[in-house]
Design a protein around this ligand. Structure first.
Ligand code: PLP
Length: 374
């Protein structure tokens, strides 16, 4: 049998999937990374109209339809006070492909990429697939990433670092001052800051700012998607933006690996981005109420949980054996070490489910906590 590439052998299937497989069929699943809301009706309708009219039968331009890229550009003026040329946007198959092409276009064998630990599972894997070496760095006590930690980890081999705010798995939101500092570090050390902003709209405290606002040397690439903001994980529509030179290089990867993002999804995304934004606000309000219920319940059972300011995850510190005890009793949560070594001793709990279910899960978690601590 022909052997496999050493790059792929350095990557394994995410630990999250193993947890799902270990859980019983009627377990309460607090392990999911997707909102439990429908995609906005106007987004669905736009895809239906595009399909029925035959508009989405063919390839679009490699970067995506002009109308979608204009809607993305308008989103940056509306939400981020940034001017983004629609030419400097590539529509991708979700934030995942955007991260992939950013890594492929910038990282060579031997290059180091600094990533948050615990952090979203793709950063480590995509660095390996690009032939690079991930350099996981720890977080502050409040689970935000300290720009000083990133700067201390820089070596002559550092090519890039990843910032993710609001963050998966922690729910942490970086301050505007941190974001400014990340841009400064990228500029001063002439390395790339990959800013993963897929949870941008899900912020309860603080404010989302992008390092893209602060870079003076075009050393920031932003990854975003409709997946979380508009509950469109199944549509597979994201994008990447950055300087013309960077987009041109990322397009070379995208053109050969993907050709273009799915056309019906592009029409849906355009409608989601340019239509009424109330579904986003309603979803964020619901997440905030659920967060309160979850945090109160965790506190009541004596678990310490850095207060998540965004996304829809909480990451409490948990005693040894807690995750197994909870899963055995029928609630799926993800062990913190699925997100990096420093996640050991934590668990990720997703509250993208209704309050009744969260309350039911809390009762089970309280029983498990008592059992583990007895
Ligand atoms: C931090 C982060 N970035 C990127 C992604 C990928 O999102 P998409 O579904 O758009 O590929 C996820 C999905 O869970 C995520 O949590």
């Amino acid at each position: 049998m022909p052997s496999f590439s050493s790059r792929v052998e350095r990557v394994s299937i995410s630990g999250i999937r193993e947890v799902f497989e270990a859980a019983g069929e009627d377990a309460i699943n607090l392990g999911l990374g997707q909102p439990d809301f429908p995609t906005p009706a106007h987004a669905r309708q736009a895809a239906i109209d595009a399909i029925e009219s035959g508009q989405s039968d063919a390839y679009t331009s490699n970067k995506g339809t002009r109308a979608l890229r204009e809607a993305i550009s308008d989103k940056y003026s509306r939400d981020n006070n940034l001017t983004v040329d629609p030419e400097n946007v590539i529509a991708t198959a979700g934030g995942s492909e955007a991260l992939h092409i950013a890594m492929e276009a910038h990282v060579d064998a031997g290059d180091e990429v600094i990533i948050p630990d615990p952090g979203f599972v793709s950063y480590d894997a995509l660095t390996h697939l690009a032939g690079g070496t991930p350099v996981p760095v720890g977080l502050r006590d409040d689970l935000t990433l300290d720009p000083g930690t990133v700067e201390d980890a820089i070596t002559p081999d550092t090519k890039a670092f990843v910032v993710n705010s609001p963050a998966n798995p922690t729910g942490a939101v970086q301050s505007p001052a941190d974001m400014r500092e990340f841009a400064k570090i990228a500029d001063e050390h002439d390395i790339l800051c990959i800013s993963d902003e897929v949870y941008e709209h899900i912020v309860f405290e603080g404010e989302h700012r992008s390092p893209l606002e602060f870079t003076e040397k075009n050393n920031v690439v932003v990854v975003n998607a409709c997946s979380k903001s508009y509950s469109m994980t199944g549509w597979r529509l994201g994008w990447v933006t950055g300087s013309h030179e960077r987009i041109e290089r990322m397009l070379r990867v995208h053109q050969y690996a993907q050709a273009c993002a799915s056309a019906p999804a592009q029409y849906a995304a355009e409608a989601a981005l340019s239509g009424p934004q109330d579904p986003v606000e309603e979803m964020v309000e619901a997440f905030e109420q659920r967060r309160e219920v979850l945090l109160a319940g965790l506190e009541e059972m004596g678990l310490t949980c850095p207060e998540p300011a965004g996304a829809f995850y909480a990451m409490p510190k948990v005693p040894d054996g807690w995750v197994d005890a909870v899963i055995e009793r029928g609630v799926v949560v993800v062990p913190g070490d699925a997100f990096g070594e420093r996640g050991d001793g934590y668990a990720r709990i997703s509250y993208a489910t209704d309050i009744e279910t969260i309350e039911e899960a809390l009762d089970i978690m309280a029983t498990a906590t008592a059992a583990v601590e007895s």
